[in-house]
Design a binder for this molecule. Sequence first.
Ligand code: ASP
Ligand code: MG
Length: 422
Amino acid sequence: MTPETVVMKFGGTSVADAERLKRAAARIVHQREAGRRVVAVLSARGHTTDELIAMAEEVSPHPDPREMDMLLSTGERQSCALCAMAINDLGHRAISLTGSQAGIVTDTSHTKARIIDVRADRIRDALNDDLIVLVAGFQGVSTSRDVTTLGRGGSDTTAVAVAAAIGAAVCEIYTDVAGVFTADPRVVPTARKLPMVSFEEMLEMAASGAKVLQLRSVEYARTHGVKIHCRSSFDESPGTFVIGEDETMEHPLITAVTHSTDEARITLTGVPDRPGVAAAIFRALADANCNVDTIIQNEPREEGRDAEVSFTIASEDLRAAERALDPIMSELGIAEIDTDREIGKVSIIGAGMRSHPGVAAQVFETLADREINIEMISTSPIKISCVIRSEAVPQAVQALHEAFQLSLAEVHEERPIGQEAR
Ligand code: ASP
Ligand code: MG
């Protein structure tokens, strides 16, 4: 019988310096010695990716995307080669592979490529030769044979895709936090680590600002049924399992409060009120690869008057969005474009709200009590998001966390004696 295979992914902080990298190597070896076959996916060390981006911007205002990918992909290669050296010194045999060597095939959209296939024969062969395999995260090779990268945080998606391709028992994501929390512990010190969360909730959390996992990695895991375990690289305690909804035992009303201040709002005023206008606007944004979130369109009160359209996008896409909208503005006769970078978003997520009325009212009341003005609202069956001023975000997160009683102390109180929380 072939032993179980695990994928272990280490984030940038977990391999930031020589000491941490050696610690990661020791952890990998530990799993191997416990009889498992190990594929480790590594991120670039520390702030390497940011530094590489800054380097590119120093020589070019709009770096060519293909060359950007050639540059950015080097960060993860460094980590893997160094880790292989450290593992070899521990008396095990390791081989490092680039994304391309590992068979990660993507589409051709540079800096935001999507994985379309994992041809894992080389990984499998190396595992069969008893090697520990290190795969450079965040990168692949496109169908036109160029090096691509998968977007910020993309090593998570590499790890999940590799786990799916080789049928790994679990995809472990080692990071500098102990798991997935009911809120960002830096904003809410009493936030609680969740023992498990469903794919659906995790998707909403990743989409609304939780930084533990890249959104695409969660989508990929859900589609391919990969079990994810997010845990700390600094201790042995279990973290958070991300699993199918039918497997989770708890169905709390609200699972978490998330927030984001990395978004901007674009408002178009004087938009002609006729069919096809919204389609043209959002087609242009889609073609420029800009992911739009909350959209609000105001119908003009009198016929023949102009409408107003506003929407939120990631701040990093703002420039691309403005460039994409420029030709559309004159073509359609849109009067004005206005951008606002000072927005923030708070969201509450919970599978239990599907069947529970009154959650939205409680969210709005909580924010009203703190005199926080809500500028936009968007919902899904398991999420309510409010766009507010960015400076009000910490207060809003704390208030909602308290209103829905998500802190450790509150959970303890609810439990009958003898059933303390783990
Ligand atoms: N190094 C890349 C980034 O910083 C990918 C990753 O770490 O997942 O976004
Ligand atoms: Mg990450």
